[in-house]
Design a protein around this ligand. Structure first.
Ligand code: G
Ligand code: G
Ligand code: MN
Ligand code: NA
Length: 253
């Protein structure tokens, strides 16, 4: 069967799962929120990475239905966790095809209403390349999403080519520094200077700045020293199954 046909069946057969990776406040070490990350457990293909199937889902348009499933499931899950962690927030990855879908704002509203999750607890992540492929259209759709009360984030920042002018125009709340920069951020390197510049740029623009892909203690310490507010990465916490989150949220290992 083609991957495309298989994906369609996977949705119907409930083969997708979500993992959740904490976003951590670097000053206190507290968990501020979680990012939902889709996983496909295919009975014939095994565990398939979203890096492999999301592009196919985008080409075939299936990403709209898959993305809606992600929104609905993660919103319900985080609403449940908020009974013990009332300030917990949710980050969801959104593809360009979802963003331009005429019913996207309505679909987001419906998903959050059904889950009972306030829109202020939700941040939608859009990659820099999606936003910059048609910046004027992006500004318009982001503005209408923001009217719903959700927050918006630029994911994988630094890998595309944001014009500084558009960065000012885009109605976003958060900037996630791509993990490629963090991976190279040795304590004295030019990459660290680059990361410092991105952190400062984010703060000048009034954005929450998240460093992705923190994999060791040295990187964590360097980012703390730069005043980066939030971090994510294997060194802080791996993407985890929902059953493990209550313990993680309670401060467990
Ligand atoms: O979690 P992992 O590193 O395997 O993710 C690989 C890629 O898939 C990342 O770019 C990530 O943003 C993307 N991804 C993970 N979950 C989702 C999702 O629910 N929707 C979309 N559009 N992309 C996702
Ligand atoms: O594109 P996006 O930033 O949404 O991708 C998130 C992906 O990054 C997830 O698939 C997740 O599994 C992966 N990830 C999370 N933390 C780390 C890390 O510390 N190192 C690496 N290499 N990948 C990570
Ligand atoms: Mn992301
Ligand atoms: Na990213």
């Amino acid at each position: 069967l083609s991957l495309r046909g298989d994906l369609q069946r996977a949705l119907a057969e409930n083969e997708f799962r979500l993992q959740y990776q904490p976003l951590v406040r670097l000053d206190s070490g507290d968990i501020a929120g979680v990012e939902a990350l889709i996983r496909w457990h295919s009975p014939t293909r095994g565990l398939v990475s979203p890096a492999d199937f999301i592009p196919i889902a985008e080409e075939s348009g299936l990403i709209v239905d898959i993305g809606q499933w992600v929104l609905e499931s993660s919103a319900a899950q985080v609403a449940a966790w908020r009974r013990n962690s009332p300030d917990l927030t949710l980050n969801v990855n959104v593809s360009g095809h979802q963003l331009v879908h005429p019913r996207f704002a309505a679909n987001v509203t419906r998903a959050l209403a059904v889950a009972g999750l306030p829109s202020s607890a939700v941040t939608l992540e859009l990659t820099e390349s999606v936003l910059m492929s048609d910046p004027d259209a992006a500004v318009a759709s982001l503005a209408s999403l923001r009217e719903l009360g959700v927050q918006l984030s630029i994911d994988d920042f630094g890998t595309g080519y944001s014009s500084l002018a558009y960065l000012r125009e885009l109605p976003v709340d958060e900037l996630k520094i791509d993990r490629a920069f963090i991976a190279r951020a040795e304590l004295t390197s030019e990459d660290l200077a680059l990361v410092r510049t991105i952190v400062e740029l984010g703060h000048i623009l009034g954005l929450r700045v998240v460093a992705e892909g923190i994999e060791n203690a040295a990187q964590l310490e360097a980012l703390r020293r730069l005043g980066c507010s939030y971090g994510q990465g294997y060194h802080l916490c791996r993407p985890s199954d929902p059953a493990d989150l209550p313990k993680i949220l309670a401060g467990g290992p």
